[in-house]
Write a protein that binds this ligand. Sequence first.
Ligand code: GLU
Length: 453
Amino acid sequence: MSDYVNSLMAQLKAKHPAQPEFHQAVEEVADSLSIVLDRHPEYRTSKILERLIEPERIIIFRVPWVDDQGEININIGYRIETNSAIGPYKGGLRFHPSVNLGILKFLAFEQVFKNSLTTLPMGGGKGGSDFDPKGKSDLKIMRFCQAFMSELFRHIGPNTDVPAGDIGVGGREIGYLFGQYKKLRNEFTGILTGKGLNWGGSLIRPEATGYGSVYFAAEMFETRNETFEGKTCLVSGSGNVAQYAVEKILELGGKVVTLSDSNGYIYDEEGFDSEKLKFIMDLKNIKRGRIIEYSEKYKNTVYTKIDSNQDFNPLWNHKADCAFPSATQNEINAKDAQNLLNNGVYVISEGANMPTTLDGVKLFLDNKILYGPAKAANAGGVAVSGLEMSQNSMRLPWSRQEVDDRLRNIMKNIHKTCLDTADRFGTPGNYVNGANIGGFLKVADAMLDQGVV
Ligand code: GLU
């Protein structure tokens, strides 16, 4: 690490202690940017990175709600508005018991660079709550979403801040949140993305993150004149990112042998097919069940419980060519990264946000595999959110083909930006530097143009 990065990190940790995920996200970006700041001292004197690190605004609020037994519950709600230099704040809402300020600050920080890479005019933000939707009735979910929006509505708007889904927030939650916003404001505008198709949503939005991560991997394969045909893939998670990654991998001729949830993972040596995938989608999206039920239906499958005391995740310890971490942050540590390399994995496309620890990333880079970091590889989701905003502004829906073609093209461009930028700054093939620098430059130049605000 350069002296500059060292002192930046020391200051950050002293000012905002106990936010390890945020420190991790900043350190990775700052490391990539050292060379840019050397070549462009104007970014350093204007303190662009120092300003980017402090969110423009943080909103924290109480979410009191009464459940169906009449019990009063109190959760914490957040919206982190990190940067609006190139467009309204944009980024998802996460409902999960692990949610805290540091996690949302890391997510909002990452979002700034990711959104910039899409080429669409979107700033970066993130929000959510420590509310746990797992196993809760629709009525409880609705009451919580209404209580959450009863405060959030005063801070967002189609030209100010446009939230969307993330872990624990899907179509159902977006519907309840939108309904409450509309009631409070008495206006029908595109204040959220991921909406239902019959009330302003975009085709391909549910598929976009998963499809995008596979399109990105296809681009990486192409640099070696290869395709997905006959490749074996490990996918973690079983939410919408993982589900649609599997769908697209199968369509492109690959084989997928794993999926997981927070309790455990399934290994199906034969690989999933469209019938098995439909079972998983119904299980997760309609029945809202657990992945263990797959192994009860398909007997040749091995189900392994995730043991939180184990220092590695056995899901990453199978022979394969590609890995699509699509569950959550830091799900691949250095030991997992080494296991992946030992098992022959040479293509990694991150569907989740920051799923690999810093020492894991270093191993991937040192081994010169095709490693697509989250900011680039999972930008397809927010990109189609951007396209949903365009359609809402025009009040005109696009066809499935039109949106998918645009998504494919955006992922192609992001891939090219990463490679060209990595080349230009002397680290060919390093997608991490390419994504961090590529995302930074557009935002940094906009901040320079707009003065110290
Ligand atoms: N939560 C997604 C992400 O991490 C999507 C955000 C959005 O569509 O605004 O990029």
